[in-house]
Design a protein around this ligand. Structure first.
Ligand code: ZN
Length: 438
């Protein structure tokens, strides 16, 4: 594709470069940042992620509003540029990365209150609150400067999703599922103060299972064993529940999980395998190797729920459905709270009590909201899990109907129709094949 300086409206034409060069320079920074992120999480390296944001901002922002967006390639590049103008803005990146490191706030609290989980989170949240609000305000201001009504509007636009249908599916999840989820939470004694730990009590418990073997079984049934060479798995006792480091597409994809000692952790492994498989079977180049968050999570949840069909017995599959119901409903609660919070940041505690209080499983501690990383590090992200659950339901119903239990055909279909062309088609276009998102 040739695209010289002619349509470039930049005041300093000397900065203007061939757009292909822009793409390759961006991708180089993108992969370096991904590798550094992995090394920070897993090897406890201390790479300065802000430095990448600074470079990405300086590289892309002069091109904001320059490309017409008539082709798919330009449309994707515009989405990357517009988000980078906000998310990689120096003030945003600096605050975000500061909030991403709990040591900046926990310090002395850690030793005092570590065993009192809620008290710890309240203290932490109290210290983070002002900076979280400041970060939201900054993102909102920058998004509006680009012409969007709000920051969530910018994110949803870049995700190629419409805000109102997303909001409707969140409300629908609450309306139809909250009473069942609340009942389940009461049956299992799940509390806000120890949500993740309590969820781990649902389903089996065992001595640590080998994640490499579990993944190999699922990939073999799907006829995707060739992925074993591209995907590596690291296990870490503490810290992140699950994470995928996309170091190089398609040949170096790294999964990080905790030891597999219960059902929740096994499902997390399959979830990460879904992220990894989509990247490892992407046959595209350049920006089509990148991804939107909704596409990424959809691929993860599709695999998680297919793997449960392959690897779990009936009792564990039933327990998995209970876990998904609880988690999906919690995500819908969190997303609805966040969407309203963007409109009314001064009412944070009141809104938190309104949404979380509807669960009726004991008073939610309002003073913890700012310690949730989905309010600062990954904003306007949590709704993706609800979109993803919908994609998984549609996809599994479609595959069951088309191929019954011939999982080899399921794997082939996913590779060809979901994974191979990466970001060349939107999630909505891919979902049109299985019935379509609302
Ligand atoms: Zn995920």
């Amino acid at each position: 594709m040739t695209f010289g300086c002619k349509p470039c409206q930049m005041p300093h034409r000397s900065q203007c470069m061939e757009i292909e060069e822009l793409e390759s320079r961006y991708m180089e920074l993108f992969w370096r940042q991904k590798r550094s992120q992995w090394e920070n999480y897993v090897d406890e390296a201390h790479h300065d992620l802000c430095a990448y944001d600074e470079q990405i901002f300086a590289l892309l922002c002069p091109y904001q509003g320059v490309l017409e967006g008539g082709t798919r390639w330009e449309k994707v590049l515009n989405a990357i540029i517009n988000r980078s103008c906000v998310d990689s803005h120096p003030r945003v990146a600096q605050l975000r990365n500061r909030l991403d490191d709990r040591d900046n706030y926990a310090g002395d609290i850690e030793s005092i209150d570590k065993r009192d989980h809620i008290r710890f989170r309240q203290l932490l949240s109290g210290r983070m609150r002002e900076e979280v609000l400041q970060l939201m305000q900054e993102r909102q201001r920058l998004a509006r400067r680009l012409g969007y009504g709000s920051y969530p509007e910018l994110v949803l636009w870049a995700e190629e999703l419409d805000l109102e249908p997303v909001r409707a599916s969140l409300l629908d999840q609450i309306k139809r599922r909250l009473p069942i989820a609340t009942g389940l939470a009461k049956d299992y004694g799940v509390r806000w103060s120890s949500w993740s730990e309590d969820l781990a009590s649902i389903g089996y418990h065992s001595a640590s299972a080998d994640p490499v073997r579990l993944v190999a079984v699922v990939l073999e049934r799907l006829g995707l064993d060739r992925l074993n060479a591209a995907i590596s798995i690291a296990v870490k006792e503490q810290g992140i529940w699950g994470y995928v480091g996309v170091v190089s597409v398609p040949d170096d994809i790294r999964i990080l999980v905790r030891p597999i000692t219960d059902l929740q952790q096994e499902l997390t492994l399959y979830h990460e395998l879904g992220h990894a498989s989509a990247h490892a079977l992407n046959k595209e180049a350049g920006i089509f190797k990148t991804w939107t968050s909704s596409h990424d999570e959809a691929m993860a949840v599709v695999m998680e729920r297919i793997a449960a069909l392959i690897a779990l017995d009936d009792a564990q599959r039933k327990a998995a459905q209970e876990l998904w119901l609880l988690e999906d409903t919690r995500c819908a609660t969190s997303a609805l709270f966040e969407l309203e919070l963007w409109d009314k940041p001064d009412k944070a505690e009141e809104l938190y009590l309104h949404y979380y209080g509807a669960w009726d499983i004991g008073a939610p501690p309002a003073g913890v909201w700012a310690a949730d990383s989905f309010r600062s590090v990954d904003p306007v992200y949590i709704q993706n899990y609800i979109v993803a659950a919908r994609v998984a339901d549609l996809t599994i119903a479609f595959l069951q109907d088309k191929f019954a239990d011939d999982f080899g055909e399921w794997g082939r279909w996913l590779a060809e129709n979901y994974y191979a062309d990466g970001r060349r088609r939107s999630l909505a276009e891919k979902c049109a094949l299985v019935g379509g998102l609302r």
